[in-house]
Every structure is written in C-alpha cells, then in structure tokens.
Design a protein around this ligand. Structure first.
Ligand SMILES: C[S@@+](CC[C@H](N)C(=O)[O-])C[C@H]1O[C@@H](n2cnc3c(N)ncnc32)[C@H](O)[C@@H]1O
Length: 239
C-alpha cells in the first residue's frame, strides 16, 4: 500500500505528515493563486460582530486564523491543530495576538476536543473536515461545542456534481499540485493524499445533508467565485 493510501485508511497519521512540510506550507499554498482570499471570503460567512469566541479548527500555520482575526475586536480566537510543527509556525507568526490574549493556539485532536459544551459562538474549519476519520462524529461534536445560535463554517474541497469537477481536479492535482508542491517542499505523500482525500470526500449535497441531519439549521453551501468554483465550497450551518 502506498503511503498516501495508508493515510486515507488511517487519517490519525495526517498531522505527522504535516509536521514534515510545516516550514514550507505557506510557500506551497502561496503558489496557489487566491488561496488566502478564498479563506477570507469563507470567514466572512461566520457573520462575526467582534466580541465572539471563535474556534479555528485545524488551523495549521494560521492561514485560516489570519482570515478570522480581522473580524475580532474584544472576542478571542482559539486555534487548534494536532501538528506541533504547524502550530509552531503559527506561534511565531502571531506572537503579538497571542501576547495580547486575542489568540491562543492549542495542540489537540479535532476528533477529541477538550472544550466544554457550548464554548464557542462560531467554528471555522478550513481544509479540516476532509482529514477526519469520521465526518458524522466530527460534525456531532462540533454541534455540541457551539452555543445555541452559533455558526459552523466549513471551507473545503468538495467536488460539485456533474461531469466537469472530477477530471478538473484530477488534472489540477496530478499535473500541477503534486509536482509543484514536491518541488517546493520535497514531500509528495501528503499531496498525493490530498488528491485522493478530495476524490473520496463528500459532494456538496451530501455534506449539506449530513449537517442538517446533525441538527444544523439554515444549512447552505457556496461555491467560491473563482477558478476553484467547481472544487471548493463554503458550507454554513447554524445551531
Ligand atoms: C491543509 S491544513 C489547513 C490549515 C489551515 N486551516 C489553512 O487553511 O491553511 C490541514 C491541517 O489539519 C490538521 N489536522 C489534520 N488532522 C487533524 C486532527 N485529527 N486534529 C487536529 N488537526 C488535524 C493538520 O495538522 C493540518 O495542519
């Protein structure tokens, strides 16, 4: 079995693979045109007023955190990731926000969060759910961690129905993402895993249905108005 197939079977090993590319992650994603702008567009769906407690789940090196922080004034962002090396890059980047108390970063498994029920007004999960070994269990847990009226925003690759998205992703992944990321990071496993995990992930309709089945109301999904429209979505649900 290839390493990327092994990661699909055992997703708990994914954060260790991210440890290997942590110092090059920002450079690799920076080559992907519009990566940060897409995150900012999704974070806007959190509808934050500024005072909220926000969980940025699977925050990595903090690119998603950077998209949430501008919406916060008196509130606080908690970033969680299970890759120590990715978190270390985020810690260096956000030293000011951490020392002011606006941001804390914690090493935790997203499937076994230690926060009390109803801890957060909003949860942002960017490129995270796809890496979870059990999507239903993860969504159920996120539901409990939100306050009533709290909002979940999931930003992830989700291939649209129809004939176009699958071959589009195959070409993007195998012709551009894997070779360019290998040149940038010296690693291929995590990027081969990325391609396969997206191919295996939920379509927009199926994820929306799962969110509704979990109890989320006003569930909606939004294609990014960019070249990623067929492959990248923002999912929104309210507790
Ligand atoms: C593609 S990165 C996304 C990082 C960031 N949200 C962004 O938008 O750039 C995925 C992150 O999920 C983290 N991750 C994967 N499985 C996890 C788990 N079970 N618990 C916590 N973090 C996890 C990885 O360590 C990695 O940092």
């Amino acid at each position: 079995m290839s390493t990327s197939d092994a990661l699909i079977v055992n997703k708990t090993a994914v954060p260790k693979e991210f440890n290997k590319i942590a110092r090059r992650y920002d450079m690799a994603t920076g080559l992907s045109q519009g990566y940060q702008a897409d995150l900012h567009r999704s974070a806007a769906y959190l509808n934050l007023k500024g005072h909220e407690q926000v969980l940025d789940l699977c925050c990595g090196t903090g690119k998603s955190t950077l998209a949430v922080l501008p919406f916060i004034t008196t509130g606080k962002v908690t970033g969680v990731d299970n890759s120590e090396e990715m978190l270390q890059v985020a810690r260096e980047k956000f030293a000011t926000e951490i020392s002011s108390g606006m941001l804390t970063l914690e090493l935790q498994d997203a499937m076994q969060l230690t926060f009390a029920e109803g801890s957060f007004d909003a949860i942002f999960m960017a490129y995270g759910l796809r890496n979870m070994p059990d999507y239903d269990r993860c969504l159920a847990q996120l539901y409990t961690k939100l306050k009533p009226g709290g909002r979940l925003v999931i930003h992830d690759y989700s291939l649209a129905d129809g004939w176009f998205a699958k071959p589009y992703w195959w070409v993007l992944g195998n012709v551009f993402i894997v070779p360019i990321s290998y040149l940038t990071t010296g690693e291929a496993n995590i990027f081969n895993y990325l391609i396969k995990s997206v191919q295996n992930f939920l379509t927009p309709k199926v994820l929306e249905a799962k969110m509704a089945a979990t109890g989320f109301k006003q569930v909606s999904s939004h294609a990014q108005p960019t070249w990623r429209a067929p492959i990248l979505r923002t999912f929104v649900g309210v507790k």
